[in-house]
Design a protein around this ligand. Structure first.
Ligand SMILES: Cc1ncc(C[n+]2csc(CCOP(=O)(O)OP(=O)(O)O)c2C)c(N)n1
Length: 376
């Protein structure tokens, strides 16, 4: 296995001093090393991977030094536009080193949402004409790959990708972000929301552990899963899927369980939600100030004011809660009045040890959910 510090030092030796990206579980030890060694003004966790490419471009324009953008391969989708229409040799010709965590590598066991992304990753890079090297656990190989990458970027002034196989990095322990002292963790809030639902109400839940917690709680209650649409991939798009359902099914109350990282990733959706006028739409953000599902790296979620943003986006009701009893009472209250509703629930980061994953496939989930929606 590769020491993330060894890899990081190779990048420093090449003159890179600026790091940005969106975290990924397979790169979490590298992210920890970057966080530990790089000053705050030279390391930014961005809203999404495309924004990170943008920030990297700005850094290069002012420093002439090659920046690093790290991401999970699912983030390539967000990054394609700035890579091809800003960084590409046919446009501004700006070098950037992409460090991409390879989920869903063919032949390796992974979650369904990673399967297609993992299969097409190398082909996507090829068709974008971004050369790449594959990184595994070997120090010799990584040295060679980093040399190849920087030689290319310096000569061609354009992006290069290092595709990192899952499990390549050794672990690196660092002190986490300071603990918060809210009443609840995300899973408690998930349970409160599910407990508040009526028989026809539905849930659309976000990427990562929130959806796993919804699934497990339904199992524990002996419920079916037909009322929940668990968006295991497509980070940042949960509220738009939920809104699409709410608009077409005005007789159903639609509870969107979102994450702060997810909302921030495509925050423009809040404006569309608020302005939609959808009376049956409940946007609930479980704000733990972190990308908890991939290692707990900080978001700006506890630093910004979601309430003011939601108000300005014209949600009809807007509130922030953190205590169990007030959340319960508030959910009861807003269910009786027209939305769109926005509720931020402040929670501590953290998850239960041994949290399972949905045992039904996304396809089964879709079929059961559509059947349930047809009933009314
Ligand atoms: C486009 C994209 N980038 C990155 C990821 C990796 N990823 C999965 S879950 C997650 C964190 C989500 O954070 P948040 O929405 O705050 O929810 P939390 O995990 O804290 O509950 C990330 C970064 C992804 N799935 N898709």
């Amino acid at each position: 296995m590769l020491s993330p510090e060894f890899f990081f030092n190779l990048l420093l030796e090449k003159g890179t001093g600026f790091f940005t990206g969106v975290p990924d579980s397979s790169l979490k030890h590298l992210c920890s090393v970057i966080t530990a060694y790089v000053t705050e003004d030279n390391h930014f966790i961005c809203a999404n991977e495309g924004s990170a490419v943008g920030m990297a471009a700005g850094h290069y324009l002012t420093s002439g030094c090659i920046p690093v953008v790290y991401m999970q391969n699912s983030g390539i989708g967000n990054a394609i536009n700035p890579l091809l229409s800003i960084m590409d040799q046919d446009v501004f010709s700006i070098p950037v080193l992409l460090v991409i965590g390879w989920r869903g590598e063919p032949g390796k066991k992974d979650e369904p949402q990673h399967k297609k992304q993992g299969k097409v990753l190398l082909g996507m890079l090829e068709s974008m004409e971004i050369p790449f090297e594959i990184i595994d656990g070997s120090e010799e190989n990584v040295k060679h790959s980093v040399n190849t990458a920087y030689e290319y970027m310096e000569k061609e002034n354009s992006p290069f990708a290092l595709v990192v196989k899952k499990g390549s990095f050794e672990s690196y322990k660092m002190n986490g972000t300071p603990a918060t002292s809210y009443d609840l963790v995300r899973e408690d809030a998930v349970k409160l929301v599910i407990d508040s639902l009526g028989p026809d109400d539905i849930v659309v839940s976000t990427t990562g552990m929130a959806s796993r917690e919804v699934f497990e709680y339904r199992e524990a209650l002996g419920h079916g899963h037909e009322k929940d649409f668990l968006i295991v991939g497509g980070m940042g798009h949960t509220s738009q899927v939920a809104l699409g359902i709410a608009l077409n099914k005005p007789g159903r109350k639609v509870f969107c369980l979102d994450g702060d990282g997810s909302v921030i990733m495509h925050m423009g959706s809040m404006a569309i939600n608020g302005m939609s006028g959808s009376e049956n739409f409940f946007h609930i953000v479980l704000n733990n100030g972190a990308h908890d599902s991939v290692g707990g790296q900080p978001t700006v979620g506890h630093g910004i004011d979601f309430i003011q943003i939601a108000e300005a986006c014209r949600y009809r009701s807007v509130s922030r809660k953190e205590e169990k009893y007030e959340i319960r009472a508030y959910l009861k209250k807003i269910k009786a009045i027209p939305g769109p509703h926005f509720l931020e629930i402040r929670v501590n980061k953290g998850n239960r040890e041994g949290l399972g994953r949905p045992t039904t496939s996304p396809l089964d989930n879709k079929k059961a959910f559509m059947r349930f929606l047809q009933e009314k």
